[in-house]
Ligand binder design. Structure first.
Ligand SMILES: Cc1ncc(COP(=O)(O)O)c(C=O)c1O
Length: 378
């Protein structure tokens, strides 16, 4: 049976990872500034992660959500402590799209309304409601297009109020820093305005922190730079360091009832062991402080690249925008310099999403390579 051909692939076969490096089948070493798409938070094969997952699978890998699972409680308590999101409740699932799907469904149950407002260039995943709120017609099938969604310009509070005042909107969903769309971020006035309007019109405010959460921006969540209280916060990616796990943090004003949400695999023992280890390592190794320090260092080094138009993003969720398409540059970085980077919907933007353990020496290696390639291009 051949594989359903939906992914354009680089001709590289990683078989091993160690911290910020991956190694292919020929033993070639690559610097990972892509983190497997913002997923690797505490570094590849972190020894504590390997130990805890191995020990857990040897004891009990999975049982359904019909029994007591103290690991889920341990994870939710640790998450509350580290995120500072006091009194929120946690529902666990398996991916970012699933987290947003549950967030939107819950908002609709809670408000008894069905329309969703999302923003231009936003990405929220590929499941039914989540993909309908994603600004990319190419990935929206007719079955998804039945959802009632309005896509607004980022920053347009007037249009938002016009939409919410019709009283049929269950949720406003937003990435505080856009990932796939190209690292755009609006103003405090805008985000705080959304918060106020959602409260005024009984609409749930959903912060999609799937990519920006778990310390990637230097704060636990990207929204924490602003005075906002989201009703639902969706998480995934860095949460499991590669182990599939997602979730939503739910404000106490939204009440649970049996059967409202549910999943077979969500919150299983192995996934909880993985995510708990991620939180413990972020804390013990002070990775959020490292994110801030390396991010500042990165921005300073970026100033030396003359061809660079603008540096976007926060923490270790960064984008370098050039005035030319970066596809060839990205290939050169991978094949000639053995450095993984990411791309975005904006074809001139190179994305940098490394493990949060990255050090200055790795940033130096990247800028040496970039300097060579962009000066070769001029
Ligand atoms: C902001 C954001 N939300 C949701 C998703 C979907 O997550 P997943 O691919 O785990 O379903 C992504 C994935 O890139 C994302 O960046």
């Amino acid at each position: 049976m051949s594989l359903f051909n939906v992914y354009p692939l680089f001709n590289i076969t990683p078989i091993e990872g160690k911290d910020v490096y991956i190694f292919d089948k020929n033993g070639t070493k690559y610097l990972d500034l892509y983190g497997g798409h913002a997923v690797i938070s505490i570094g590849h094969s972190h020894p504590k992660y390997v130990k805890n997952i191995s020990e857990q699978v040897a004891k009990l890998g999975f049982y359904s959500n019909s029994i007591q699972n103290p690991l889920q409680e341990k994870l939710s308590n640790k998450l509350e402590e580290m995120s500072g999101c006091k009194d929120y409740e946690l529902f666990l699932c398996n991916s970012g799209a699933e987290a947003n799907e549950n967030a939107l469904k819950l908002a609709s149950f809670h408000t008894n309304k069905s329309k969703v407002v999302a923003f231009k260039n936003g990405f929220h995943g590929r499941t039914s409601a989540a993909v309908a709120t994603t600004d990319n017609p190419k990935i929206i099938a007719p079955i998804n297009a039945q959802q009632e969604v309005e896509i607004l310009e980022l920053g347009d509070l007037k249009a938002l109020e016009k939409s919410l005042s019709k009283n049929n909107v269950c949720a406003v969903i937003i990435e505080f820093i856009q990932g796939v769309g190209g690292l755009d971020e609006s103003t405090a006035e805008f985000y705080e305005g959304i918060d106020q309007l959602c409260k005024k019109y009984n609409t749930c405010f959903i912060a999609d922190e799937v990519q920006s959460g778990f310390g990637r921006t230097g704060d636990f969540f990207a929204f924490q730079k602003y005075k906002v209280t989201p009703d639902i916060i969706s998480i995934a990616k860095g949460m499991g360091n590669g182990f599939p796990i997602g979730g939503i943090l739910i404000h106490p004003s939204i009440k649970a009832s049996f059967g409202l949400l549910g999943t077979t695999f969500g919150g299983n023992h192995l996934a909880c062991a993985a995510s708990l280890t991620v939180l413990e390592v972020i804390e013990k190794e002070r990775l959020m402080e490292n994110v801030k320090e390396i991010s500042n260092y990165f921005s300073e080094k970026a100033k030396t690249i003359k061809a660079l138009k603008v540096i976007k993003g926060r923490g270790l969720m960064l984008g370098l925008e050039f005035d030319f398409p970066i596809a060839e540059l990205r290939k050169k970085l991978i094949y000639d310099h053995k450095i993984f980077t990411g791309s975005a919907k904006n074809s001139n933007l190179l994305r940098i999403l490394p493990p949060l353990t990255i050090k200055k020496i790795h940033i130096d290696v990247f800028f040496d390579a970039l300097q060579k390639e962009v000066s070769n291009n001029q």
